[in-house]
Design a protein around this ligand. Structure first.
Ligand SMILES: Cc1cc2nc3c(=O)[nH]c(=O)nc-3n(C[C@H](O)[C@H](O)[C@H](O)COP(=O)(O)OP(=O)(O)OC[C@H]3O[C@@H](n4cnc5c(N)ncnc54)[C@H](O)[C@@H]3O)c2cc1C
Length: 391
């Protein structure tokens, strides 16, 4: 069995960015192993099909008619590393539409109130083609054979200087790969829940990884696409807040120069959503949009629910309960024992500065790649400063 210098488990933003960084450093002896059929992870889009009416949900597409079902925003001034990546990949950003009044819905039976909207400062930026554009652009820069999809890593076994990675496809067929180093681009809690480690991870570390909640995993988005942004004609920004639900927070999701759309985050907990069908949820969301934005909201040309708590390659049962903040960042590396210098966590939740965010995936991946390059005796452009990262 060929032993790669590096195996990257997970082909979300962190995994693909790490792969591209390795490519740029001239490291070709690596493999990305992704559980889903398409890379992207929490970056997912609804793509309007160009020729026939309809739409498809995808984890990869960066076609112009893509709506974000996962992350939509980043903040260039606060997140310069991610901004630099957006520029390096030649992607175009635009500010979230916020011009106009917002609507606020208090209790059931009370008419929604209209109030002056507020402009985010710094503005939240979106990408043309959606966040999937990041994934598409990275994917095009990585040779196709270096990313395998539809292979969920289920076991990591260490012996004699090598890690054997066992993965399974949807039909239960096993594949084995070998690697000297493993970059875990899978959220820490998910890694502990879905992957068996032999020898077992140190107890304290496994507890810290399990305690790190996966950002946004308990949440769900509703997206409704319309021919025109009719709410803007009425001086509304498309922004709404509601204590009545089912959506707690609503925003304009229109494409620049293209289709109009609204999206909202559900305020209903994941466990309650589980007991309702998508059709029921959509019916309640449409009724809420009518209350807030008027009768035209009753007939979206299409609408979807994306429930991240139902995604087994994102959420675990522990994620059914939403946590208030980002929590403590767990150690990315293993300080002692056989796994020391073999496994390093690089998913966003391991980022020292932006845990849970897109910018965190970039930061954690860059730290991981620097550590890997160190193992080949190569020098990296910046000194390794994160005490968390030991490889
Ligand atoms: C609804 C929602 C809204 C969000 N909004 C924002 C936002 O506006 N701004 C922002 O900065 N961030 C936002 N986020 C967070 C952002 O999406 C994440 O920070 C980022 O995508 C994390 O990337 P990652 O590569 O670290 O992890 P992931 O995207 O979770 O990637 C992990 C990958 O590993 C794969 N995988 C899992 N288990 C295995 C296994 N056993 N074997 C192989 N592969 C495996 C998964 O399929 C996935 O592709 C949002 C997230 C959600 C869900």
């Amino acid at each position: 069995m060929h032993a790669y210098h590096v195996a990257i488990v997970g082909g979300g933003l962190a995994g693909l960015y790490a792969a591209w960084q390795l490519e740029q450093a001239g490291v070709e002896d690596y493999l990305v192993i992704e559980a889903r059929d398409l890379p992207g992870g929490r970056i997912a889009s609804l793509e309007l099909l160009p020729l026939e009416p309809g739409a498809t949900q995808t984890h990869k597409s960066d076609a112009p008619r893509c709506f974000d079902l996962g992350p939509a925003w980043y903040w260039p001034g606060l997140q310069p590393q991610l901004d630099a990546l957006v520029r390096a990949l030649g992607l175009e950003a635009f500010a979230q539409h916020e011009a106009g009044d917002m609507v606020f819905e208090h209790a059931a039976g009370e008419a929604p109130r209209r109030m002056p909207g507020y402009a985010s400062s710094p503005p939240s930026m979106r990408l043309k083609g959606g966040m999937g554009a990041l994934i598409g652009a990275l994917r095009r820069r990585i040779p196709p054979g270096r990313v395998v999809t539809g292979q969920a890593v289920s076991q990591l076994r260490y012996s004699a200087g090598e890690v054997a990675l066992e993965s399974q496809d949807v039909n239960g067929r096993f594949t084995r790969h070998g690697a000297r180093h493993v970059l875990l681009a899978v959220p820490p809690r998910l890694a502990v829940a879905r992957i068996g480690f032999s020898p077992v991870l140190p107890d304290a570390l496994a507890r810290q990884w399990s305690a790190a909640s996966t950002w946004m995993a308990p949440h769900a988005k509703y997206l409704a696409v319309f021919d025109a942004p009719f709410w803007r004609d009425n001086g509304l920004s498309g922004e709404g807040r509601s204590l009545q639900g089912p959506l707690g927070e609503i925003h304009d999701a229109s494409l620049p120069g293209g289709e109009a759309a609204l999206f909202g985050f559900f305020a209903i907990p994941a466990q309650v959503r589980r007991s309702l069908t998508e059709e029921v949820l959509r019916t309640h969301c449409r009724a809420q949009l009518v209350r807030l934005f008027g009768a035209k909201a009753a007939m979206p040309k299409l609408d979807v629910v994306k429930d991240w708590a139902r995604e087994s390659w994102t959420a675990t049962d522990a994620d059914l309960v939403a946590e208030a903040g980002h929590g403590a960042v767990p150690p990315a590396g293993i300080a002692s024992g056989p796994w020391r210098g073999r496994i390093l966590g690089i998913a966003s939740e391991w980022s020292p500065r932006f845990p849970g965010y897109l910018a965190g995936a970039i930061e954690a991946a860059e730290l991981g790649v620097r550590a890997v390059l160190g193992t080949r005796g190569q020098t990296s452009s910046r000194e390794h400063s994160d005490a968390n990262v030991r490889f």
